[in-house]
Design a protein around this ligand. Structure first.
Ligand code: TMP
Length: 212
């Protein structure tokens, strides 16, 4: 049986790393074989593309160049990792996927979503995540957490208004696709955040067992 594809999304500083560890422990607890990966990245080539994308630079990066680099990495990641793993029956837990492109490049950079959808079709065909957890917190709080952690990358150097658009982009995706997406209030204490994640995972697990 084909594995399930779970993605985790959110703006900067929402706590993806800690919560990915929590989801990994949940998958282990269910004895489910899985591969944890990320975007941009996930293969040697796609990790090099990630470095190109995240490096702060003086040259202004065109939004189109950024979008194509993201989908180039995604094509490689799908071919090398995501598709074969799912086909073997293991699960994929991916730190960001195409919802990030709609949120960051679409909403954040005001790129046309119909063009993003064309690239999505080219690169993924009909493949979509089975479950997406969107960690949501007020932008200012997330940026504060992210800046306490490391030097800002090229995306983290953006203005607050950019991240407001990204956040609203994610919330719009969740509203449009409520069967797949669960919004998690990540501004609460960690225990409460993880309780919400557990509920979402158990509900997803139950429905995927039901459907066979
Ligand atoms: P990370 O810091 O969460 O690992 O993600 C790296 C950055 O890449 C993050 O600022 C969001 C950005 N990004 C996009 O702009 N579009 C995408 O499609 C993906 C996957 C990430």
């Amino acid at each position: 049986m084909r594995g399930k594809f779970i993605t985790i999304e959110g703006t900067e500083g929402v706590g993806k790393t800690t919560n990915i560890e929590f989801i990994q422990a949940w998958l282990d607890g269910k004895n489910l074989p899985f591969v944890c990966t990320r975007e941009p990245g996930g293969t040697p080539l796609a990790e090099q593309i990630r470095e190109l994308l995240l490096a702060p630079r003086e040259e202004v990066v065109s939004s189109t160049a950024e979008l194509l680099l993201i989908f180039a990495g995604r094509a490689q990641h799908l071919h090398q990792v995501i598709e074969p793993v799912l086909a073997e029956g293991a699960w994929i837990l991916c730190d960001r996927f195409t919802d990030a492109t709609y949120a960051y490049q679409g909403a954040g950079r005001n790129m046309r979503t119909d063009l993003i959808a064309e690239l999505e079709l080219l690169v993924q065909g009909s493949l979509r995540p089975d479950l997406t957890l969107i960690l949501d917190i007020p932008v200012e709080l997330g940026l504060k957490r992210a800046s306490d952690r490391s030097e800002p990358d090229r995306f983290e150097q953006e203005q607050v208004e950019f991240f407001e658009r990204v956040r609203q982009g994610y919330l719009a995706i969740a509203a449009a696709d409520p069967d797949r997406c669960v919004v998690i209030d990540a501004s609460l204490p960690l225990e409460a955040v993880q309780r919400q994640i557990s509920v979402a995972l158990e509900a997803f697990w139950f429905s995927s067992e039901e459907s066979g």
